[in-house]
Ligand binder design. Structure first.
Ligand SMILES: Cc1cc2nc3c(=O)[nH]c(=O)nc-3n(C[C@H](O)[C@H](O)[C@H](O)COP(=O)(O)OP(=O)(O)OC[C@H]3O[C@@H](n4cnc5c(N)ncnc54)[C@H](O)[C@@H]3O)c2cc1C
Length: 361
């Protein structure tokens, strides 16, 4: 019988299971489909919130810690598995007018950020930008990770470390008796455990213990990918919620839509047109590149983007680790450390109050 079951094998479940396993917990990770096959595969992997100055400090606390963890984490994953997550430092240029708020934010968090207000200086950063990308804020230290490679490396690391996991295993019910967790029921069997962590992404409100208390809803994001050459575009460029992410092998992602229409992952030609139009304004040469692929993922949406990282209020042994919305990768590494602190009863590395069920999310 495992000590702790993690329900959901996205980045959040994988990172949580890894943390607990490395701390000596007998953990079991259950995933209804393929490990990392949902939002964590579909995302852009920018290791920064978009417009971080608009977020609550409690989101930035997690983001800033994760930024420090990622280089070491991806090195470890490489040593364990030989898999390269393609963590690269692309920098992020955000089209925006000067705002004191941004400068203040950068100072507070010691983030290297400077305003650029003429097109020649912008083109010295990214030569391919269109005329509309003529002023904004440049953050040279922003990294990105390549999502499919990251989840693949996490999965391979589960194998390397022998972290127990099962795929194609949907948890149908969390078994609770006298307000205490006893385990989970899958379609095949009941698996007993004293601790259960819900890390089920957009699906985290599906269990009876969470449906009225965990406010996480699916928010669809569509993305397109161009086939380019390495170094054709070098920087992440963001404007009005649309962004370009150049990958190491020359592929270029353009994202993303924000659609609150339930558990629906269909892709649409309207979204393709919207993303392509916006992308061409940022980087005109994209007009001539082939769009190789389009996909959608379901973000675990919360109103303010503040995740639940907590013990359940009413059920002993039940924990919730969900609702990272647009920032599950950038927040995930630090968030998993905090979840492990809470589950293990260790001194938490930061204040846990903002992530409890009672807090605003
Ligand atoms: C288009 C797009 C772009 C994004 N860009 C970025 C970005 O640049 N930077 C960033 O930080 N974040 C980004 N995100 C957000 C990020 O991808 C998510 O916040 C993150 O992946 C959430 O991870 P998760 O593990 O909570 O969810 P998921 O990856 O969705 O994993 C949840 C898992 O739980 C499983 N599950 C559900 N119910 C059950 C059950 N009953 N039993 C067993 N398993 C179950 C699911 O199958 C799934 O695999 C983006 C997302 C999208 C869609």
């Amino acid at each position: 019988m495992p000590e702790c079951i993690v329900v959901g094998g996205g980045a959040i479940g994988l990172l949580t299971a890894r943390q607990l396993f490395l701390a000596g917990v007998d953990v079991l990770l259950l995933e209804k489909g393929r490990l990392g096959g949902e939002s964590s595969w579909a995302g852009g992997g920018i290791i920064s919130p978009l417009y971080p100055w608009r977020y609550d400090d409690v989101v930035n606390v997690l983001a800033e810690r994760s930024k420090k963890i990622y280089p070491e984490l991806t090195d470890k994953l490489f040593d364990e598995t030989g898999k390269d997550c393609e963590l690269i430092n692309s920098g992020l240029f955000t089209v925006t007018e000067y705002q004191q708020e941004i400068i203040d934010w950068a100072k507070t968090w010691s983030v290297d950020a400077s305003f650029i207000n003429d097109i020649d200086s912008v083109r010295a950063i990214e030569s391919r930008v269109g005329d509309a990308v003529n002023q904004g804020i440049w953050m040279p230290d922003v990294m990105q990770i390549r999502n499919p490679k990251f989840v693949d490396a996490l999965r391979a690391s589960c194998e390397f470390l022998s972290i127990p996991y099962r795929e194609q295993t949907a948890v149908e019910e969390i078994v609770i008796k006298n307000n205490k967790v006893c385990g989970v029921r899958t379609h095949q069997e009941t698996i007993l455990a004293d601790k259960v962590i819900i890390a089920s992404g957009a699906w985290s409100a599906q269990f009876s213990a969470t449906e009225s208390s965990v406010d996480v809803v699916p928010v669809k994001g569509q993305m397109i990918m161009y086939k380019g050459e390495p170094d054709l575009v070098k920087r992440i460029i963001l404007s009005e919620g649309h962004y370009i992410i150049p990958r190491k092998d020359g592929r270029i992602l353009a994202g993303s839509t924000l659609e609150k229409i339930g558990f629906d992952k269909t892709i649409s030609s309207d979204a393709l047109d919207e993303l392509h139009q916006a992308a061409m304004e940022l980087i005109p040469l994209l007009e001539n590149l082939e769009i190789e692929r389009q996909w959608a993922g379901l973000r675990p949406g919360t109103e303010k983007g503040i995740p639940y990282i907590c013990q359940h209020d009413d059920v002993e042994g039940l924990y919730v680790h969900a609702g990272h919305f647009r920032n599950g990768i950038v927040l995930g590494a630090a968030s998993a450390e905090l979840m492990a602190d809470i589950v293990l009863g260790r001194e938490p590395w930061c204040d846990v109050a903002p992530y409890t069920m009672q807090a605003e999310h």
